[in-house]
Design a protein around this ligand. Structure first.
Ligand code: MN
Length: 429
């Protein structure tokens, strides 16, 4: 089916500023509360939120096979379950409805009043009910940097790392959308030089700049997904901040891996940008040496996306400061390889599952995706414009992540993922 929604020449009758992440070629999917406190599935063009439930009720999706309440739900799981053909039909239709040459809704003020909202009037929610969440560890630079800081510089990468996309099962209950503040976690920590652990506030709260992909129902229990088919089961991507408490992580992680140092919170950008919308930005992935085993070998072609990523740190009451710039295409393992590996043993993947990339670091010091790396494990604090320094995140700091893909015709992006760190939780009793 043609991706007519991707036509770079198309213009919308809705206003879109020049550097917007959300031109009519994006058409991401999300869930929001309207000003009347109704929850709905929606999309956005520029700074306008579009109620897809209302569009459907008013007949604008006629001819597309959708259940009657497809968009009047509080998650995208059922829509994602419908599969790629339906996603394409819906994105193509939305592009037609908002095309400047189409007068139908454009000239229907009564319908516009029901369907359109100023983005400032809506409150973004979790776009999917995340059944299962997996975090990979697929940046060679990040895995090497962390191996050097936590273990032995000479053996920074474990021998399995170059052979498979290493990952672990995380926790879905604490995945939250942009705008929700989190509390500094407490936990068991072994202070430097001490023989015995203590329980207390983490002093090494960190972000991890990642992206995550959202899957559709992909397979039956026991059925592996071939690597060259895997992208068909990926709905889209979000920016993902895998909050990490390094002092808790360092003490707890062996032998079974990350646990309480990770699962207190993970934040996502609220709009899922489809793989279809990102198609113009396909890019070659990192050359893999040694060659992977046959089940992870992809036919020649472009298997990743050129997506610029940035992290800002904003001290309380001060200006945000960009502290890292990197790119999604720096990852060593591709999403298709991650999904093929994940299901190679027959593990079942469901609609709404979230699979995160692992921290995305580049190969220069200003492109590292965590403070652990940027501050060399706390040895080289980074200088802030307000005169303070940071080894890790301070109370009331805000972390802002951004991502966008751009060519000479269009820009498709994710908007901002903004989260403030509050002090440790205090009971109101
Ligand atoms: Mn991570």
């Amino acid at each position: 089916m043609p991706l007519s929604a991707n036509n770079p020449e198309r213009k919308s009758w809705l206003p879109v500023s020049e550097n917007s992440d959300f031109p009519i070629q994006n058409i991401p999917f999300g869930v929001f509360l309207t000003r009347d406190n109704e929850i709905t599935i929606g999309t956005r063009i520029g700074e306008t939120a579009i109620d897809l439930g209302a569009l459907q009720r008013l007949g604008y999706f006629e001819g597309i096979p959708l259940t009657d309440d497809m968009f009047m739900q509080d998650t995208l799981n059922d829509f994602i379950s419908d599969g790629k053909k339906t996603w394409r039909l819906v994105r193509n239709r939305i592009a037609e409805i908002f095309d400047e040459k189409n007068p139908k809704l454009q000239n229907h003020q009564q319908h516009r009043d029901i369907i359109l909202f100023d983005l400032k009037e809506v409150e973004m929610q979790m776009p999917v009910l995340v059944g299962d969440y997996t975090d990979f560890y697929s940046s060679k630079e990040h895995a090497s940097n962390v191996g050097k800081i936590f273990r032995d510089p000479k053996n920074a990468l474990f021998p399995n790392w170059l052979r498979m996309p290493v990952g672990y099962h995380g926790r879905s209950s604490t995945i939250i959308p942009s705008g929700i503040s989190i509390n500094r976690p407490q936990g068991q920590i072994l202070p430097n030089g001490a023989d015995l652990p203590v329980f207390g506030r983490s002093r090494q709260v960190d972000f991890e700049l990642e992206m995550a992909f959202v899957t559709t129902d992909a397979n039956a229990l026991g059925e592996p997904i071939p690597v060259d088919e895997a992208e068909d089961y990926i709905f889209g991507l979000v920016i993902f901040n895998d909050w990490s408490a390094r002092d808790i992580q360092r003490w707890e992680y062996q032998p079974l891996g990350p646990f309480l140092g990770k699962n207190f919170a993970s934040s996502i950008s609220p709009w899922i940008v489809t793989l279809d919308a990102l198609a113009p930005f396909k890019a070659h992935s990192v050359k893999q040496d040694p060659e992977p085993l046959p089940y992870l070998r992809q036919t020649a072609g472009k298997h990743t996306f050129d997506i610029h990523l940035e992290v800002d740190l904003q001290p309380s009451g001060k200006q945000p400061q960009t502290i890292s710039k990197t790119n999604f295409k720096n990852l060593y393992w591709t999403m298709a390889q991650q999904l093929a590996h994940h299901t190679s043993n027959g593990c079942k993947i469901n609609s709404g599952d979230m699979l995160a990339s692992g921290t995305i670091s580049g190969n220069t010091p200003d492109s590292f995706g965590s403070l652990l790396e940027l501050s060399r494990g706390g040895k080289k604090p980074i200088q802030m414009a307000d005169g303070t320094t940071r080894k890790f995140i301070e109370d009331y700091d805000t972390v802002i992540m951004r991502g966008y893909a751009q060519n000479d015709k269009i820009r498709v992006g994710f908007g901002e993922l903004t989260t403030q760190l509050l002090p440790i939780f205090k009971s109101k009793k």
